[in-house]
Design a protein around this ligand. Structure first.
Ligand code: FMN
Length: 141
């Protein structure tokens, strides 16, 4: 299945998580089209079966307000039937923003591959290992 990974990261924390997922996908023999939300190609993303989406927490328990919020709203009709995995780093909110994001994705008709994975600030090695395993699972779908 075709896999797209789109992320937003201000200081590199969510980007490190994205790299671990990519490593897992590649290690399992899969291929993935990786882009940051700032220069995402929407047509390419929604030509994929699996959407791996990462954003750090922003605003008041939101995903990235400048780019990811409009990306979600503008493409809400394109999520039906997609398989989605969400991840990202947060600072103080315990990752609550990712639950709201999950609810949105489910409301748009997508299927969650796994529960979102979030982490406080920099991802620990155990989190990166967990994300590599998620990447392997995604590659095998
Ligand atoms: C403008 C701004 C708003 C933020 N809002 C939240 C928030 O609502 N909840 C939270 O837990 N962290 C919030 N954070 C903290 C970031 O999500 C956190 O620093 C994260 O580790 C950054 O990851 P990144 O380097 O991948 O962007 C905010 C940070 C900034 C700069």
């Amino acid at each position: 299945m075709k896999i797209a990974l789109v992320y937003r990261s201000t200081t590199g924390r969510t980007e490190a998580m994205a790299k671990a997922i990519e490593e897992g996908i590649l290690a399992a023999g899969g291929a993935v089209n990786v882009s940051s939300i700032e220069d995402v190609n929407v047509d390419d993303v929604f030509a994929s079966d699996i959407l791996v989406l990462g954003s750090s927490a922003d605003g008041a328990e939101s995903i990235d307000e400048a780019n990811f919020v409009p990306f979600m709203e503008d493409n809400k009709d394109k999520f039906a039937g997609k398989k989605v995995f969400l991840f990202g780093s947060y600072g103080w909110g315990g990752g609550e923003y990712a639950n709201t994001w999950k609810d949105q994705v489910v409301e748009f008709g997508a299927e969650m591959i796994e529960e979102p994975v979030t982490c406080l600030e920099d991802p620990e090695d155990a989190t990166l290992d967990q994300l590599r395993e998620v990447g392997k699972k995604i590659a095998a779908l």
